[in-house]
Design a protein around this ligand. Structure first.
Ligand code: ADP
Ligand code: MG
Length: 287
């Protein structure tokens, strides 16, 4: 039977919005020495905003890219859909849509296959990327739209840290835990967000594919127990690999929740440090 101390810790954590799938996850959390965080939708709000459109006809471009993103649950897709609706525009019909985690999205319109995604995806499609002055090296997320190797334009999206993220990372560090940021987004964006959160450049890992997150978690696991916190389809494998997988519960994807041991229902990231403290205290009681 589950010790009473664990049961009461589980219910205390739940009151703070930290839902453990079982007592074992709480016991493992007590031993966690490193926390790795996804960026988009985890340390940041997931309420991204469109900040620029680089196309001959911005409205036509928006309709096209929104047609693709209508099928995606990514925070970027949400920002593009909102920008389209705000201009009173309708997304173009797009079929055969497929998500490519950490890269973008592909589909088909009345003229054939189209795609939207990051510079890596553009390169995979054979597109030659022009240097967008002030954008290509900038600290905003950059998404290209193309048909095969032909580029149709680009859009920039910016997200911002959750109000509670910076203090939450500091609280974990104060507990002697190492923290790291792991994102599929580009380095300049990761460094801007990381700097706002007080992270050192060495603790920031950018341009990652889902399997890269798994490898980095495995690397940390060689030194002690690891928790991974994420929201996306692209985080599912890292959540499963971590000793404690923690999924963002409110706006996170279903796959992330399924792969995780813990759901964070609160927007208050400080609850993670509180849960770590609670787990450690409970471990001392039952030992
Ligand atoms: P993070 O790891 O920070 O959550 P993701 O791995 O989800 O970020 O996304 C990494 C990059 O992949 C994004 O910055 C974007 O360029 C591209 N991307 C992912 N999903 C989409 C999408 N639905 N539409 C366009 N681009 C996308
Ligand atoms: Mg994410």
């Amino acid at each position: 039977s589950v010790p009473a101390a664990i049961l009461s810790a589980l219910s205390a954590a739940a009151r703070g919005g930290v839902l453990f799938k079982g007592g074992a996850a709480l016991e493992t959390l007590a031993e966690v020495r490193a926390f790795a965080f996804d960026k988009t939708g985890t340390l940041t709000t997931g309420q991204a905003e469109v900040t620029g459109i680089y196309a001959e006809d911005a409205d036509r471009f928006l309709c096209k890219i929104a047609g693709l993103e209508a099928h995606s649950e990514h925070p970027i897709a949400d920002a593009i859909r909102r920008a389209t609706a705000e201009r009173g525009l309708q997304p173009d019909p797009v079929t055969d849509v497929m998500a490519h985690p950490s890269e973008g999205i592909t589909g088909r319109d009345d003229q054939g296959p189209i795609w939207a995604g990051n510079p890596r995806m553009a390169a995979r499609m054979g597109a030659d990327l022009p240097h967008l002055e002030g954008v290509s090296n900038g600290a905003e997320t950059l998404i290209w739209l193309g048909r095969g190797a032909v580029l149709m334009g680009a859009i920039t999206v910016a997200d911002r840290p959750r109000d509670s993220s910076r203090d939450a990372l500091a609280a974990l560090k104060a507990r002697g835990v190492t923290v790291a940021l792991m994102t599929g987004d580009r380095r300049p964006v990761a460094e801007r967000i990381g700097a706002e959160l007080g992270l050192a450049p060495d603790d920031i890992h950018a341009g990652l594919m889902p399997e890269d997150k798994v490898d980095l978690v495995a690397g940390l696991a060689a030194k002690g127990r690891v928790a991974f916190v994420g929201d996306g389809v692209n985080d599912a494998a890292a959540l499963a690999r971590a000793d404690v997988g923690i999924a963002m519960g409110a706006a996170g994807s279903e796959v992330a929740l399924q792969a995780a041991d813990v759901a964070l229902l609160s927007e208050e990231m400080g609850q993670l440090a509180a849960a770590h403290r609670l787990a450690a205290r409970t471990a001392r009681i039952i030992r």
